[in-house]
Design a protein around this ligand. Structure first.
Ligand code: ADP
Ligand code: ZN
Length: 436
């Protein structure tokens, strides 16, 4: 397999040098942090009187965690470490879990972020010959402009189409012979269900790759999309608090995502106790941003659950890899006492070949018990067959779910196009259980 690097020196640094670089950059960030009212208070309460108190990477653990609410409460300037006139860009989170949080960038911060995005893009094998269709929404959300700057830096032909308007997306793919997409997995599934309606076959498209991110999805969904579109799909992870996309990205080997450790310090903690977990154990991802001076964030609790594997990768990069995100701590459903993440349900239903491109999870009360209903769209050819076949399919999905998540779910089969569609981050769960 051909492996290309954007910053070969940094991407292959030996671990000792990489850690030395992290420590040096951490020093700069702690210095910035002391310029903000929020961290002045937070750090001094933790007994950290000046940047000199952080002498090693182990000292990082003396720094208290920062959480999403800290950002909300210190809006607009409590976490700002530069004057407003040095700020060249503002972004915000999507607000999936409440009021969006706001992030500031200086010109140098933008440069640093663009650089790690270019690195991520080149790691997937893209070159200046690629035509890139950016289906993520532009605006305050970081998915649009972030990848835009990165792909432009690599010299790709960038089509800033943004989200939505499926007919036009398909037409543009044909007109400009798009080779690379950036899109949420849920929207890419939906687009496939529309190809026939717009008289398009996969063979008329020139797609080679897709960057999939912004929402949790399963390995089976990746596989399904790769087969449906005959592409390689790369997992892309980021969050606005850590600049946006480009925190971790898969390389050509697609065996989980390299976290760019010269830019971010990664820790995995037990979300209940805050204890740092040993490598390989699943817990909450905690990140320290080493490359942004306008708004320093240290030990930020992402609420995303994943694990790290610290083996070298075949591509030669020394930066450790992060597993697929299994869900957000605030995503977890408790169904009659059993914990389940929506992505576990997705993993099962997307392994069933008759299942189409959309699904939804409903929770209701039946007496004192929770009732989990999974609505799945199935390919229309299934509806022309025997009723008995549909019943058998329903039972097959039900049994597979029972085997995997130990919950007896009710399965509803729906025709293609009947469930709600999302052009950005999908809302898969409808919880109608009354809160007592
Ligand atoms: P919000 O927290 O409001 O959704 P962002 O728009 O910044 O804010 O989105 C970041 C979040 O999106 C991440 O914390 C994570 O939960 C989710 N996310 C991003 N990329 C991925 C991915 N590849 N896999 C799973 N989840 C992802
Ligand atoms: Zn690799």
């Amino acid at each position: 397999m051909e492996v290309n690097y954007w910053n070969p020196d940094v991407e292959t640094l030996d671990r000792g040098q990489l850690e030395a670089l992290q420590l040096e950059r951490l020093g700069n960030i702690v210095t910035q942090a002391f310029k903000t009212p929020f961290y002045q208070k937070r750090l001094s309460r933790a007994g950290i009187k000046s940047p000199a108190n952080i002498q090693s990477l182990d000292d990082l653990r003396k720094i208290p965690f920062t959480v999403k609410d800290d950002l909300r409460q210190s809006f607009p300037k409590g976490l700002m470490a530069v004057e407003m006139d040095e700020v060249v860009r503002i972004h915000s989170s999507s607000g999936t879990t409440g009021i969006p949080t706001v992030i500031y960038y200086t010109a140098e911060d933008m440069e640093n972020w663009t650089n790690i995005l270019a690195r991520s893009i080149v790691a997937t094998g893209c070159t200046s010959k690629d035509v890139f269709q950016n289906m993520m929404s532009y605006g305050l959300f970081t998915g649009g402009l972030g990848l835009h700057y990165g792909t432009e830096r690599v010299g790709m032909t960038v089509i800033p189409i943004g989200g939505g308007n499926t007919r036009r997306q398909i037409q543009v793919m044909k007109d400009f012979k798009t080779t690379v997409l950036h899109v949420t997995p849920s929207y890419l599934l939906h687009i496939h269900s529309k190809l026939a309606e717009y008289d398009t076959t996969i063979d008329e498209l020139h797609l080679k790759k897709a960057f999939l991110g912004a929402e949790p999805y399963s390995e089976n969904t990746r596989k399904k999309l790769e087969e449906l579109y005959k592409i390689d799909a790369y997992n892309s992870y980021g969050l606005s608090e850590m600049n946006g996309p480009g925190v971790a990205f898969e390389c050509v080997y697609k065996e989980d995502m390299h976290v760019w450790e010269d830019a971010y310090i990664l820790e995995i903690i037990d979300p209940a106790t805050g204890e740092v977990l040993p490598d390989g154990e699943t817990g909450e991802v905690v990140l320290t941003n080493l490359i942004r001076s306008a708004l320093p964030l240290m030990r930020y609790r992402t609420r995303d659950l994943a694990f790290v594997h610290p083996e070298p990768c075949k591509c030669g990069r020394t930066h450790w890899r992060l597993s697929r995100i299994q869900g957000r701590t605030d995503d977890m459903l408790i169904v009659n006492g059993v914990n389940v993440f929506p992505s576990q349900i997705e993993e099962v239903i997307m392994s069933v070949p008759e299942v189409g491109t959309n699904y939804q999870i409903h929770l209701t009360k039946a007496g004192s018990l929770d009732k989990l209903t999974v609505r799945v769209e199935i390919y229309s050819k299934m509806f022309t067959g025997e009723l008995g076949e549909l019943e058998a399919l329903r039972n097959r999905i039900k049994d597979k779910l029972k085997a995997s998540i130990t919950i007896n779910a009710h399965i509803e089969l729906h025709e293609p196009g009947s469930l709600p569609v999302f052009e950005g981050k999908a809302k898969r769960v409808v919880d109608n259980r009354e809160m007592l």
